[in-house]
Ligand binder design. Sequence first.
Ligand SMILES: C[S@@+](CC[C@H](N)C(=O)[O-])C[C@H]1O[C@@H](n2cnc3c(N)ncnc32)[C@H](O)[C@@H]1O
Length: 261
Amino acid sequence: MATKTAHAMPPLMSYSDRFQNAAAVESYEGREYGPGSYAATVWQGQLPVLERTLKAYRAAHGGPVRLLDFACGTGRVLAGLAPWVDAADGVDISEAMVAVARGKCPGARLAVGDILTRPDLLQKEYEVISCFRFLLNAEPALRGRVLRRLREVLRSPDGMLLVNVHGNARSLRHPALVWRRRRERSRPTGEMLNEMTAGEARKLLADNGFEVVNQQGYGMLPPSLHRTWLRPLVVAADRSLAGTHWWNRWSIDMLFICRPN
Ligand SMILES: C[S@@+](CC[C@H](N)C(=O)[O-])C[C@H]1O[C@@H](n2cnc3c(N)ncnc32)[C@H](O)[C@@H]1O
């Protein structure tokens, strides 16, 4: 079932085409995840938590842990998680993105293609699947179809899905997005300005086979403050507020740890 996103802009191109060219890859690596960027700061907070989560899962699980990083892109998440699992696969629809991942993830099995039409791209079963920065900007129908396919290859009942939504509609980033959406309407640039609430994300997951067992949040303060002289204070405040607390339902980047339902 397609899930409606309350806060979305009509895209200029399909999400699957968006990262196919060299300029998009360069912008993702050099600007979005460039040194000191907002996204890189969020990731620095998430990585140690993911490491601990995987170590605990592996200790409890006993057997080998096979990881699939769906929409692996340039390998940021895959390179961070691969040391804590026994086998790591990454799959993405963009050859240009995966070309960068090959350099960062030498031990991983990387594949390029559409998991919805190519069953051969995936193994039969994974203990852990990660899916970062995909759900928010993928078209509503694609989100559900991908989640259902991932559900088919996630070990049941004890597999784990690690998935994030990097634009919470109920966060302090929202006012800036309203303004940028207005500007985008008069001067379209193709910027992605989607948002989703925690409730919408949970419903999307539940409708497509996943139960959220833990919700975490990263980044409470407006990202624009990271570009001011206040940055050191803002980074420290965001770091101390991150994690699993009642206020994290208003965090900008929501991380969900899920089990098959
Ligand atoms: C914003 S990037 C995120 C990359 C990586 N997960 C990360 O967090 O750094 C989104 C990725 O989704 C991939 N993508 C888009 N549509 C896809 C599809 N239908 N199947 C697989 N990957 C897709 C893009 O090629 C791109 O690499």
